[in-house]
Design a protein around this ligand. Structure first.
Ligand SMILES: CC(=O)SCCNC(=O)CCNC(=O)[C@H](O)C(C)(C)COP(=O)(O)OP(=O)(O)OC[C@H]1O[C@@H](n2cnc3c(N)ncnc32)[C@H](O)[C@@H]1OP(=O)(O)O
Ligand SMILES: CC(C)C(=O)C(=O)O
Length: 515
């Protein structure tokens, strides 16, 4: 039964939970299952009912909670497993029993210790037993990618005759290579006489990083169900990731030619929920759901995206549940992106020269700091404007020596009315020594009333914004300065305050301020 509708079978709650350390409580499974249902996943594999009482109850609870997706339980090809799965699924609006047995020579000989004919017999018996409990039965040939073609033909034909409606050919150990794995599907679909009575399904593991590639190849060769997990969670290196499969189907429909019924806008919220429940964070460069999946940092890319988004984007961030794409400002950014962010912040420049100066300072800051935030840009612009306006005092350089057991020493140079002046002073700390050195130059006779530091953004590389309040003859001013080095920010703030005191318009009377 070949159709252009692709069934999305999510196994986050079963194979995903097989990731060491990822086990989930019943309540967590219900929350995730409800999200998967909202996303319009076709089949939710909720667990392996016989594995434990907890898993049985989780399958049952998901079967009770979910109405719009089929709920499934795994079961070995064993009577007790099948009966337990049937019992757990009893409340389901639509329930599926997924029974499996290994078909590769190595698994049959060493693990099952069964002859191939016994394996077929057990498979048929299990499918029939499952069909007595539910109408929807999936049969998996575990380790199919290492199984022999003739044997698979025999067992598939037999289980379809016994009532299996889905035939899954898993790449259990992630051994498959895309073309070879795909061809296994087309050859079996052609060779098995009753193949048209079942949907063929793929279930791939990521041991060689090929799980998604192998799944897509299977679809190109006739598979019409893909088994996958949110964030690619799963045994060992994980399973094919649902988000990548769904978005590949949508983005490359031209070659894959299938539709899913998934509402992709729930992908990112579901990915976040799974990451928080399991404690497995999503790597930033993970496709679709990683923090950088729709972020551009390079100037050339940012310029392209600003001119026409599709130059560097094959999907829309909004379509998978992000608020928007992101232009991250950093040392690789160019003028176009920086200008665009200034525009968004409502900052305009009086001349190209002022913008050029801001851009030069942006690059200097970006060499010191990984990411430049809006607050950094705002501080940078006021710094630029300060330096371009003609003030009495202009900060030039600062050299500070702080060593355990020695008195801190600062050497400062400041341009005063166009003339470069230098001074050196000692103090109780780096900032104190700096202020004393500036005072030697300015001779301002002011009183320091307040000194405060705030990090403009987060992290140790953040810019610090310093406020210095000076008073003189009953007038008070607040000077500010920002820099990734807080001693330099302090020097800038002190000099800003000196300039404000020198300009009448900025002075405040302390009584009026209530200070
Ligand atoms: C490829 C996959 O991901 S398959 C799913 C893997 N997931 C899990 O195993 C998680 C849940 N598993 C469990 O909780 C336990 O393993 C249980 C409850 C299923 C079984 O526990 P136990 O009875 O203690 O058996 P144990 O795990 O030690 O060994 C597995 C047994 O199942 C047999 N077996 C394995 N697969 C199948 C199968 N598909 N059909 C029938 N029997 C099977 C093995 O041959 C072995 O039998 P043996 O004890 O006669 O040698
Ligand atoms: C039970 C099957 C589908 C499985 O998980 C695998 O083969 O990896």
């Amino acid at each position: 039964m070949s159709t252009d509708r692709l069934v999305i079978f999510d196994t986050t709650l079963r194979d995903g939970e097989q990731s060491p350390g990822a086990s989930m409580t019943k309540a967590e499974k219900i929350r995730i299952a409800k999200m998967l249902e909202k996303m319009r996943v076709d089949v939710i594999e909720a667990g392996f009912a016989i594995a434990s009482q907890g898993d049985f109850e989780s399958v049952r609870a998901v079967a009770e909670a979910v109405k719009d997706s089929t709920v499934c339980s795994l079961a070995r090809a064993a009577d007790a497993d099948i009966d337990r799965a049937g019992e757990a699924l009893a409340p389901a609006a639509a329930g599926r029993i997924h029974t499996f047995i290994a078909t590769s020579p190595i698994h049959m000989k060493y693990k099952l210790q069964m002859q191939p004919d016994q394996v077929i017999e057990r498979a048929v018996r299990s499918v029939k037993r499952a069909r007595n409990l539910v109408a929807d039965v999936e049969f998996s040939l575990e380790d199919a990618s290492r199984s022999e073609h003739e044997f698979m033909c025999r067992i598939i034909e037999a289980v379809i005759d016994a009532g299996a409606t889905t035939i899954n050919l898993p790449d259990t150990v992630g051994y498959g290579e895309p073309l070879e794995y795909g061809l296994m599907f087309s050859r079996l679909i052609t060779a098995v006489p009753n193949a048209d009575k079942a949907i063929f399904s793929t279930h791939c593991h990521n041991d060689l990083g090929l799980a998604v590639a192998n799944s897509l190849s299977a679809v190109r060769h006739g598979a019409r169900q893909v088994e996958c997990t949110i964030n690619g969670l799963g045994e060992r290196a994980g399973n094919a990731s649902l988000e990548e499969i769904v978005m590949a189907m949508r983005t490359r429909k031209d070659v894959l030619n299938v539709d899913t019924r998934i509402d992709a806008t729930h992908i990112v919220p579901t990915s976040r929920l799974v990451a928080s429940v399991t404690g497995f964070p999503v790597q930033p460069n993970k496709a679709i759901v990683g923090a950088n999946a729709f972020a551009h940092e390079s100037g050339i890319h940012q310029d392209g995206v600003l001119k026409h988004r599709e130059t560097y984007e094959i999907m829309r961030a909004e379509d998978v549940g992000w608020n928007s794409n992101k232009l991250v400002l950093g040392k690789h950014s160019g003028r176009a992106a920086v200008k665009s962010r200034f525009d968004e912040l409502g900052i305009s420049f009086e001349s190209q020269e002022v913008f050029n100066e801001a851009f030069v300072r942006f690059k200097t800051l970006a060499d010191k700091k990984h990411e430049i935030f809006d607050e950094d840009l705002q501080a940078l612009v006021s710094d630029v404007r300060e330096s371009l306006s003609s003030h009495q005092f202009q900060f030039e350089t600062l050299e500070v020596l702080c060593k355990t057991g020695q008195v801190p020493n600062a050497k400062v140079s400041v341009i005063v009315d166009g003339e470069l002046k230098r001074a050196e002073a000692e103090g109780s700390g780096a900032v104190d020594a700096t202020f004393k050195a500036i005072e030697k130059i300015a001779c301002s006779d002011t009183e320091l009333q307040l000194y405060s530091v705030n990090a403009i953004t987060q992290g140790t590389e953040a810019q610090g914004e310093v406020t210095v309040r000076l008073s003189k003859q009953g007038f008070i001013v607040n000077g500010t300065g920002a820099d990734t080095d807080i001693v330099i920010a302090s020097a800038k703030a002190y000099i800003d305050a000196l300039n404000l005191l020198a300009e009448d318009k900025h002075k405040e009377h302390p009584q009026r301020e209530g200070v």
